[in-house]
Design a protein around this ligand. Structure first.
Ligand SMILES: [Zn+2]
Length: 245
């Protein structure tokens, strides 16, 4: 053995012991199982089958907490690409706005193959999105639909201000029921009133959940049987925090 190899070996031994020591300190004596929790699990047929709607909701709550704390799980995205290429087993479907500041995967600290993401300005549902959600839950096995609105939503502001602009006019028409359903704020019912905009965004999440149940008998039945949950939340673009409703 050359002196280089000997040196390299002892370096690796030393590095290994310092890594173990660092791990013990960082994990405060965490067991191997606890240490493994810092690594993301790629969803499989088995993990999806074992998931309940309650667990799925908790996974997203925990994920957002990690995101806010800056303690995201370790993820090898290309390894996840390889692991999910032959089949996907996501545990949730997230209906969100197209807003660039929110992301179904980043803000909930999820990876490849974890969640379906349906995105549309103002996070409402139409027939095509309902079909997409039926695929996600009835065909592909997701256990949760989470409708996520957000603060400072441009689409909601546009609906409050009756913006007219090409195809967007029709898109915003889908948000008008939420504007109409929020009473009060008589002094200012425009986008200049931040509290009014936030109230409309929250009402829009509530109405979207109602619309999913009213317009999709498939999803409504799955929810009634407890096989899926349909829940709502609001994302705060200032803090990264998701408030579950
Ligand atoms: Zn938005």
């Amino acid at each position: 053995m050359s002196s280089f190899q000997k040196g390299r070996r002892s370096f690796l031994r030393a590095a290994g012991s310092s890594l173990v020591a660092a791990g013990t300190v960082a994990g405060l004596g965490a067991s191997p199982a606890q240490a493994a929790q810092h690594k993301a699990v790629t969803q499989t047929k088995e993990t999806q089958a074992a998931m309940t709607p309650e667990m799925a909701l908790q996974m997203l709550k925990d994920g957002n907490e990690r995101f806010v704390q800056g303690k995201m799980l370790e993820r090898d995205h290309m390894q996840q690409v390889k692991a999910t290429g032959a089949g996907q087993f996501p545990f949730a479907a997230i209906v969100g706005c197209i807003d660039s500041r929110e992301s179904a995967t980043l803000t909930f600290d999820q990876g490849i193959g974890d969640v379906f993401a349906a995105r549309i300005a103002g996070n409402f549902v139409n027939d095509d999105l309902l079909g997409s959600l039926e695929f996600a839950c009835a065909a592909a096995g997701a256990k949760l639909i989470l409708v996520v609105g957000h603060s400072e939503c441009g689409a909601i502001k546009g609906a409050c201000d009756d913006v007219v602009l090409g195809n967007l006019t029709q898109t915003l028409a889908n948000l008008k029921p939420a504007v109409a359903a929020v009473s009060g704020f008589e002094s200012d019912r425009t986008s200049a009133n931040a509290k009014f905009v936030q109230a409309v965004a929250e009402k829009n999440v509530e109405l979207t959940i109602q619309r999913i149940r009213q317009r999709s008998s498939i999803l409504n039945d799955l929810a009634d049987k407890g096989q899926i949950d349909i829940a709502g939340a609001m994302y705060d673009v200032h803090t990264g925090r998701v408030a579950f409703m």
